[in-house]
Design a protein around this ligand. Sequence first.
Ligand code: HEM
Length: 467
Amino acid sequence: MSVAGSKIDVTETGVSTSAIGKSRDIPGPRGYPLVGILPHLRKNPLQYFVKVAREYGDVVRLDFGPKKFYLLNHPAYIKYVLHDNHANFRKGYDLVKPVLGDGLITSEGALWRRQRRLLQPAFHRRQLEGLVSLMVKNIARTLQGWDTFAARSAAFDMEEEMFRLTRYNLVKTMFNLDLETKMAEVGKDFEACLAYLQQLMKAPFKPMAYLPTPTNVRFWRARKRLDRLVYDILAKRRSNGGGASDDLLALLLKARDDETHDNMSDRQLRDEVMTLLIAGHETTATALTWTWYLLAKHPEVAGKVTDEIRTVLSGRTPTFEDVPKLVFTGMVIDEVLRLYPSTWLFARQAIAGFEIGSYAIPKSAMIFMSPFIMHRHPTYWSGPEAFQPERFLPDKKAQQTPYTYFPFGGGPRSCIGDQFALTVMKLVVAMVLQRYRLTVAEDRIIEPLPKATLRPGSRLQMMVNFL
Ligand code: HEM
């Protein structure tokens, strides 16, 4: 198989068909002395990554000063790293441990395997069944606030609302506690954690994390408050033998290692709770914001979604059984995540050197893979910039080349919350469109802004009217 626009021959497995070249032979942009390509990344990393991927092909060498990174733009190579040869790669996300501890996102090796085994059952389909009724209650509760917007014909910031809704839903699904009075504070503390992570991504050098900058100080205080909140809840739950059994925390408290028969310690539970809250929050909120943006830009698609919701639900509150019946709504969400994958870039570090295509990549090299680049790759998608949910009709979906679409990653470390997120998103879309007609307050093009997730680059102001 020869790939258009590439200088590299690949077989079906991504194994080289020609002599192995040195990593320095890998094509890539020339950077500035000492700082390499960093100045380009500061301006607009998203545009820059897309540009170099299109220009240099399937493997691109990027010089970040003295460090070399490799961007993979071929589905077989991405599959090789995430799936076929995953054991040769670590995540190397140590920098975010001050926020997430040793939770599922940051842990490696035996600890990660144990934790994934322990957490997986909590995300099983049959557990989602129990969580859907909680989610529906939470969404309805948040949407009550929208009645005021509708009554006053007031424009509101959709991204802010989606963050509020997702946060409220996640916290309530996790703890099933009446934290209403604390939600504003929890929200601010979450934002402080996200701002800290954002800062680390901009300046990924260790000393930055220890300086008493305003962002760091806010984060240290926020972490202390959030830790106290989680540990207090854990203590209360443990003192009443686990408590309510219909939330995520109850499932985590029950989780027991098959081999050692141990439960998780409070410290491990804290790390996993923080990990799930952070991992599920911004990702889902931004994906929902883009959903409203695209539906506003494509009223014919919004009309089809509304028709489906009307037919499936006939005005009822959605249930777990309704979720798979919202087929077109699901296709719309798939297409939103194609155009605007919340996790637009992720990384791995090679434990040992390896060969990919016709190149040797050295030990410890950092590898980048970007759903944003692959989801808009003209070799694999026709009219890649167009919003066409029909691409995800079941028969078309089955024909997609693996790893040309991977909004939730792939291989053993793929997103544990994918079904949770897709379910929440369907429920939110259904419950909003059941009650309101949405319009944009100002019709403009919103460019994606690559932060920790792919955020809208300008405000999405919307208005709602009762149907
Ligand atoms: C639209 C929403 C979401 C998107 C696009 C998304 C995307 C991703 C991606 C791409 C990864 C893999 C990253 C990598 O391989 O480096 C990942 C991992 C993960 N996600 Fe999500 N995610 C979403 C929602 C959620 C939710 C709702 C939760 C939990 C409630 C969650 C929990 C996690 C965890 C714990 C991991 C690490 C899994 C592991 O390493 O074993 N995510 N997510």
